[in-house]
Design a protein around this ligand. Structure first.
Ligand code: RB5
Length: 149
């Protein structure tokens, strides 16, 4: 297996799932860059979206995983960073498609929405999937062109 570097981050609402998935992925041989948060103290999810978003967009990590209470706020914030395509996924099919069709480079999860077992399956499917290219590349290129407007 090629060891991949994954940047991870969460706010206080996602810290337990983030920490669980960090251990889960390290156990599988992935290198995880944990960008915080590191305590349960209340904090602001855009700060961690920015840390992980910049790590992925800047090439420090190949992919990123973000967790907040719902996955919504942290993905909305991450998608403001040029080069980021963050997808909130609560099911395995969407996770697979977000890589194959949308070339998502950040997976967002909601700790208050998705149980640990399903989250592991979502992460596994997301990491195993590959961008399909072809007609999907044209569409992703159009998404990226919107960023340049
Ligand atoms: C924090 O209470 C919560 O708003 C946050 O984790 C997230 O769900 C926002 O989208």
């Amino acid at each position: 297996m090629t060891v991949m570097k994954i940047a991870m981050g969460s706010d206080h609402g996602g810290i337990h799932l983030k920490n669980h998935l960090k251990d889960y992925l390290e156990g599988k041989g992935y290198e995880v860059l944990d960008k915080g948060t590191y305590t349960e103290e209340s904090c602001d999810y855009p700060d961690y979206a920015a840390k992980v978003g910049h790590a992925v967009a800047g090439g420090e990590a190949e992919l990123g995983i973000l967790v907040c209470g719902t996955g919504l706020g942290i993905s909305i914030a991450a998608n403001k960073i040029k080069g980021v395509r963050a997808a909130v996924c609560g099911d395995v099919y969407s996770a697979k498609m977000s890589r194959e069709h949308n070339n998502a480079n950040i997976l967002a999860l909601g700790e208050r929405v998705t149980g640990v077992g399903l989250a592991e399956m979502i992460v596994d499917a997301w990491l195993a999937a590959e961008f399909a290219g072809g007609r999907h590349a044209r569409r992703v290129d159009k998404i990226m062109a919107l960023e340049a407007e």
